[in-house]
Design a protein around this ligand. Sequence first.
Ligand code: AMP
Length: 396
Amino acid sequence: MIVSIFETNFNSKKVLVRVDFNVPLSSDGKVEDDTRIVESLPTIDKIIDDGGIPILMSHLGRPKGNFDPKYSLKPVADYLHNHLGYSVIFAPDCIGEAAEKAVKSAKPGDVVLLENVRFHKEETENDTIFAEKLALLGDCYVNDAFGSAHRAHASTYAIAQFFHDKYAGKLMMDELHYLGKVLNNPRRPFLAILGGAKISGKIDVIKNLLQKCDQILIGGGMAFTFLKAKGLDIGKSILEEDKIELAKELLNEAEKINVPIYIPEDYIVADEFSNEANSRCVSANDINANDYGMDIGYKTRELYKQLILQANTVIWNGPMGVFEFEKFSEGTKVIALSLADATQKGAITVVGGGDSVSAVNKLNLKRQITHVSTGGGASLEFLEGKTLPGVAALEI
Ligand code: AMP
C-alpha cells in the first residue's frame, strides 16, 4: 500500500522530501524553466501548513559524483526565495555537518534545500550508508520526484528502508493515479498514440499497450520502419534497419489479437532535412528515393482526429513529425488540439512525458488535457508495465 501525504499530519516533523528540481539553468546560473519547482509546491505547502519543516533533496544534471558549481542547487534556493517567497535555508552539502546545521537552524515556516545529492557518487550507486546519512536528517520521508522514480538511487530507493513513515507527494500521487487509471481501468474505447524518432526505446511500451488498448495510432519517425516492414519505399526517411523484423512481428501480433495498429496513409515529405525545405504531401505508396518523411499527411491528421474524438481514454507519447521545425509541426499540433477537444467531450487524456509534453506546453494546452506526465523515462517505464523502484520503495 502507498500512503499519500494527505493521509497524515506533519506537525512538528522534519520531513525529508525527494523532489525533482532538475531544472534547466542559463549560463549565468538562472532558473530558465520553473515547471518542476512549481509542480512540487503543493507538497511543500502541505508540510508547511501542517507545521512541519520540509527538507528538500534533489539531483541537478549529471555531475560525476564530485562538487561542480555548474550543477549547484543554490540558484534554485534563490529562486524559491526571490520568486516564490519561501524562507529558504540552503545547505551547501546534502549530508554531514553542513546539512545537520541547516536542519537544526530551521523553524516552522522555513524550507531547507540540500545541495545536489549527485555531488556524492554514492547517490547513483544506491549506497546504503550514504542513504542512512540522508535519512538521519528527517523524521519521515516523502517522495514527490516521479521523474526520478524509475531509478534505484540512494535518495529514491535505499533511503526508504530507514523509515516507517513514508509517503507519496501530491505530484507522485497524481502521476500514479492517472497513469494507473489509463493502464488498469480505462474507459473504452482506449486509444494509444505513439510517435517520436524511433521504435527502439518504445518496443515494450507498444507490446504492453497492445494488451491493454483498443487501437494504436503510429506517427513520427517510427512510422517509416513500419512502412518498410510492409514492403514500401521510404526514401531517405529515418529507418531502423534492425527493427524491421520486430515491426513485422508487432503488426502480426496486433492482427492476431484484433487491435488495429494504424500506420499513416500519407506524409509530408521534404527535399532536405530542414525547416526551409520544399515539401509536399504524398500517399504512403508514393514516397520517392530522395524524400525525407517529416510529418503525417492531411488525410492521416483527419483520420487520427476522428479516432481521438471517438475515444474515451487516450494516451499519447511522442511527436508525429519533426515538430522542432515549425513547418513540420502541424501533425503534432492536430493531435494535441484533438486531445484537448476529446477532454472537453469527457474523455480522459494523458500525455506521457517527453517531447509530446513540450508540444502541449508550446500550444498552451496543458490545462485542457486531463494529465500531462512530468516524467519522460519514468512514464515510459510505467507504460511498459514495469514497477518503478522509487514507487516500490514507498510500499508499506
Ligand atoms: P522521442 O524522443 O523518441 O519521442 O523522439 C522525439 C524526436 O522524434 C523529436 O526530436 C522529433 O524531431 C523526432 N521525429 C519525429 N518525427 C520524425 C521524422 N519523421 N523523422 C525524424 N525524426 C522525427
